[in-house]
Design a protein around this ligand. Sequence first.
Ligand SMILES: NC(=O)c1ccc[n+]([C@@H]2O[C@H](COP(=O)([O-])OP(=O)(O)OC[C@H]3O[C@@H](n4cnc5c(N)ncnc54)[C@H](O)[C@@H]3O)[C@@H](O)[C@H]2O)c1
Length: 350
Amino acid sequence: MERLRIAVAGAGVIGRRHIEEIAKCDATRLAAIVDPSPKADDVARANGVPRFASLDDLMQRVRLDGVIVATPNAFHVEQALACLAAGVPTLVEKPVSHTYADGVRLCKAVERSGAKLLVGHHRRHSPILRKAVSIVKSGELGPIVAVMGSAVFYKPDTGYFDGVNAWRRQPGGGPILINMIHEVDNLRAMVGEIVAVQAMASSRTRGFEVEDTVAINLQFDNGALGTFLLSDTAASPKSWEQTSGENEAYARCDDDDAYAIIGATGSLGVPTMRVRRYGSAQARSWFEPFQVRVEPVERQDPLANQIAHFAQVIRGEAEPLVTCRDGLANVRVTEAIAEAARTQRRVDLA
Ligand SMILES: NC(=O)c1ccc[n+]([C@@H]2O[C@H](COP(=O)([O-])OP(=O)(O)OC[C@H]3O[C@@H](n4cnc5c(N)ncnc54)[C@H](O)[C@@H]3O)[C@@H](O)[C@H]2O)c1
C-alpha cells in the first residue's frame, strides 16, 4: 500500500520527533514541513522535503493525506480549521486550543463537518496506560475510591528557564499549563470525568513569578476523590516520565509509581502495574495480607503508536482515540486547576 503523505507544521522539539516517527512508520512518509523560521531549512534538507513558510502555501502546492500541527499553542485552532477547510485529516498537538472558548469553536467545526481530527495526547497510545485502564474497567479493584498521582521531577536549572526560554519563569510557563494537561488526560482515562478541583500553588523554591509546586484535589463524576502533587523543582522520580521508561531521554526509575488507583477491593500501582487485592470480600481488612501480582506490559513508544493510529484514522480504519472533545475536556480541567490555584477557591466543572 502506498505510504500516506504527511506534512508537519512546526519543526520544533516535538515536530522533529513526529518527523522521526513518520519516517519509521511503514504507513507514512514526510511530504513537507511548514515553519516560518529559516532554521527549519536544515530539517527539511535532512529529510529531502520542501519547507513552506505558511500552511496556506503548503495547501496550495502539495497534495497531502494528513497534517500534524506541532506549532505554538496559539496557532493550533486556526491551523486545524485551515486543515479542516481543505479536507485534510489532522493531528493537533496538545493542548488542542490555547483557550477553552477557542477549543469549543474547533470542536463545533469538527462535529459539523465530520472531519478527522486526532489530538496529540500521546500517552493514550501507551500500553501501560491501556493496561491500567483495562484493569480498572475489569472491575477487579472494585468501585474506585481514590487516586493518588504525582508528577514531581527536577527540571534543569540551566538552559530550561533562561535565554529564549525565560518565558517559562512567567505566568503560563509553569508546570500547570505545560505538564499537568498530560496528567489530566491520564486521570480521565483511568478514573473518569473530573467534576471539581481545588489547588494550592507555591513559587517559594525557584522564586519565579510562575508556580513551581502545586497540590491539587480532584473530584470525579463516579464519586472517587483524588490528590495530585506537581512540582518541577523536586528531586524525585515519581513522575510518568521517569517511571514509565517510554521516553529514553529521561533517567529511569522503574521501581516507583506515578499513580496509585485505589478501589474498594484492590489497588493498582502505575506504571509498576503491581496489583494488590484481598483474597475474598471477607478477608478485606488492614489486618490481612494482600495477594500481590505484577501485570506484564510490553514497553512501546506511544509517539510511534500514535502515528500508526493517525494513519488508521486517515484510512478510515479507526476513529480518533483522542477526540477534539477529549482534548477540550483536558484544557477545561487544566484551566480550572490554574483558576483554583489563583483564586484559592473550589472550581466546579459539571
Ligand atoms: N505531546 C507532547 O509530549 C509535547 C511535547 C512538547 C511540545 N508539545 C506541544 O507541541 C507544540 C510545540 O511545542 P515545541 O516544544 O515543539 O515548541 P518549539 O518552540 O520547539 O517549536 C515550535 C516550532 O513552530 C514553529 N512555528 C512558529 N509559528 C509557526 C507557524 N505559524 N506555522 C508553522 N510553524 C510555526 C517555530 O518556528 C518552531 O520551529 C506545543 O503546542 C506544545 O504544547 C507536546
